[in-house]
Each structure stands twice: as C-alpha cells, then as structure tokens.
Ligand binder design. Structure first.
Ligand code: FMN
Length: 344
C-alpha cells in the first residue's frame, strides 16, 4: 500500500468505524438502482451500500433486505423517505431485520420516526441542507449527517457542495461524523473533503454504471456518453406551479416537461384548470419516470437522474475497481499535497 493510500484510510477511520465498513464511502441510495445487487457489491468491496426504499411498500422492503442479506457479507443500510405514507411500518421492517443504519431522506424526519429508529438501536443518518437544520437534527438525536450539494443527481437543494460544506463542516465535524455528497467523481475530491474534516463521502452517480448495477444498458450508455453540462436541474417556468428540482440528463422528457408547464399555466390563466388540479398535473408528470429509464431503458421519456460527476463515468466496471480507483486517486492526491507542503 502506498503511504498516500494508508494516509487516506487512516483519515477515513472514524467514518468507516461508524458505518462498520472498511472505507468511509457510502453508496448513496438511488431509487431502482440501489437494490440487492449493487448494495451488496458496494458493501462487499469495503464501502457501505444503502438500499433505496423509495416508494416500496413494507412487504417489498422486507423482501429486498432479506435478499440483500443473502448476498452481503458486510453491513449495509436502508434509506427511507420521510414522507412515505407507511414510514412507521418501514421502520418496523428495518427493526425486525436489525438494520444497523437507517438514512432518512426527503425532508425533516418526525420525532416519532427518530425515536422508533433509535429505540431498536440503529444509527440514524440524515441530510443537513443548512447549518441551523444540522444543529437541530443532531439535537434531536441524529448520529451522523450527509451534506449533499446541488451537483448531485436526483432531488437536490439550491446550494453547492462546497458552500454547504464550508458552512456546516467546521461547526459539526466534532459533534458527529459528517459525510460529503454531490459532485464527487474522482478520489482527489475525496482527499480534499477528508482534509477539511469530513468523516467520509457519499457517491451515487459514480456507481450507476457498475457491472453489478441492474440499471438498463441504455441507462448506463447514456451516463457513459454524457458530460457534466448534460446533467441539468429541472426548470420551473411559472411561479404558481412549483417544481421540485431534480438533476437529470437532458432528454425529450425534459423538453416535454417545459411544454407541459406552459400548457398547464395557460389552462390556469384561462380558468380551465383550478390551482390544485394544475399543480397535481405538474407533480404527476414524472411519476414512474425513473423506473421507465432505469428498468425499461426508455431514455427518451424516462427520468435520467444523474449528477454533474456523470462526465467522469467513462465505462462499465466492477464496484471493486471503482472503489479501489477512488482510494488510489485519493492517496495520490494526498501525497502530492504533502510533497507540496514539505517543499514549501
Ligand atoms: C439515479 C439516482 C437516484 C437517486 N435516488 C435517491 C433516493 O431515492 N433517495 C435519496 O436519498 N437519494 C437519491 N439519490 C441521491 C444519491 O443517494 C446520492 O446522494 C447522490 O447521487 C450523490 O451525488 P452524486 O450523484 O454527485 O454522486 C439518487 C441519485 C441518483 C443519481
């Protein structure tokens, strides 16, 4: 092992220990993509795989955890969406399986969810979209934080990773482990985040084209072809019709979404549609669209959720190769940095 690589692993020790993994690299949960195969592969390669529950009902999550356990030799986590209508039952499924780490995403978790997760002994990880919320989450018992900037794929907030990290890391890194997500495609970025006190990192986009990922060949091809500028945040064109920002590759669906917003705004103007109905039309536009792209391979009309780091995804390769490359790159970066410091 190179001295740089050893240094990186030492810098990751706290974040890795918290996860019970060899490396402090979380495979960010991705709906439809982060299922048993990818999750187990990430955990078995030394990272920490996380099942994306998404809209699954409790019975499906139960099955997914059971199947993941058969494949994974190392611990993995489960990501639940806070506003899922069956959130209590989903937490119960995690408790029954003694899932060691639960990630709550998609909004501030309720006190009840936090209590239920902690009551069965799991560690709770939440996303901190601002410093005040980071503090509030930790006060309410959250064990670790993920800071995810707007470079990330999927649902995003408005602030970049580097700004969020500057705001939150110095204040929170001594309180709880903080993992950085959004825009990480190479190990150099991992080294940089560790150097400023991150406990570890979370990557999503970089794992989509793993050999073990069940994403459709068309979906993977679209990732391999794309560059950073193709991964754009969904645009809202009318103040009355809110659009939850999602970063995805531009395609026919993206254009049609703009046209749809225009059409619905006009129907609002002329009184043909009421506000509620209009907003629902917008909300429902992408329903089922990620599944259509990831599973069915419809990359024209489906949602190609991807982060800006997609430009650094060049080929399909096994998870082990991805993780080892990231760690080696991080090791090289730290050696170069230290040589610079010594030479100065
Ligand atoms: C296709 C796709 C689907 C995603 N689905 C979810 C999800 O269901 N829940 C969630 O918390 N995050 C989701 N994310 C975000 C990832 O977990 C991760 O935080 C993000 O991809 C990290 O940024 P990166 O894409 O720049 O690596 C998704 C991301 C992608 C690319």
């Amino acid at each position: 092992m190179t001295p740089g690589r050893a240094k990186i692993e030492a810098m990751m020790a706290r974040g890795a220990e918290f996860l019970g993994a060899r490396y402090a690299i979380l495979g960010g949960a991705m709906s439809w993509v982060s299922e048993r195969n990818l999750v187990a592969a990430i955990s078995n390669a030394g990272g920490f795989g996380v099942i994306a529950c998404g809209a699954m009902p409790p019975e499906l999550l139960d099955k997914e955890i059971t199947e993941t356990k058969k494949l994974a030799r190392e611990p993995f986590g489960v990501n639940l969406i806070t506003m899922h209508p069956d959130i209590d039952d989903l937490v119960e499924v995690c408790a029954r399986h003694e899932v060691g780490h639960v990630v709550l995403a998609g909004g501030l978790p309720s006190a009840r969810s936090i209590a239920a997760i902690k009551a069965y002994g799991a560690r709770l990880i939440c996303f901190a979209p601002a410093l005040a919320l980071a503090k509030k989450l930790v006060r309410s018992g959250v064990d670790a934080l993920v800071i995810e900037g707007s470079e990330a794929g999927g649902h995003i907030g408005p602030v970049s990773t580097s700004v969020l990290a500057q705001e939150i890391l110095p204040e929170m890194r001594d309180e709880v482990p903080v993992y950085i997500a959004g825009g990480i495609g190479r190990g150099h970025a991992i080294a940089a985040w560790l150097e400023v006190g991150a406990a570890g990192v979370q990557l999503g986009t970089r794992f989509v084209c793993a050999t073990e990922s069940i994403a459709h060949a068309n979906f993977k091809r679209a990732f391999i072809r794309a560059s950073a500028r193709d991964a754009v945040a969904s645009a809202q064109i009318d103040a009355r019709l809110p659009v939850i920002p999602v970063r995805a590759l531009k395609n026919k669906g993206t254009e049609e979404f703009i046209a749809k917003q225009r059409e619905v705004a006009q129907l609002l103007d002329t009184g043909v549609l009421e506000m509620n109905a209009a907003q629902l039309e917008i909300e429902h536009f992408w329903a089922g669209a990620l599944r259509r792209a990831v599973i069915d391979g419809d990359i024209e009309n489906g949602s190609l959720m991807a982060g800006q780091s997609v430009g650094m995804v060049k080929s399909e390769e096994p998870v082990t190769a991805i993780i080892e490359t990231l760690l080696d790159e991080a090791g090289d970066a730290i050696e170069v940095h230290q040589a610079g410091v010594m030479g100065a």
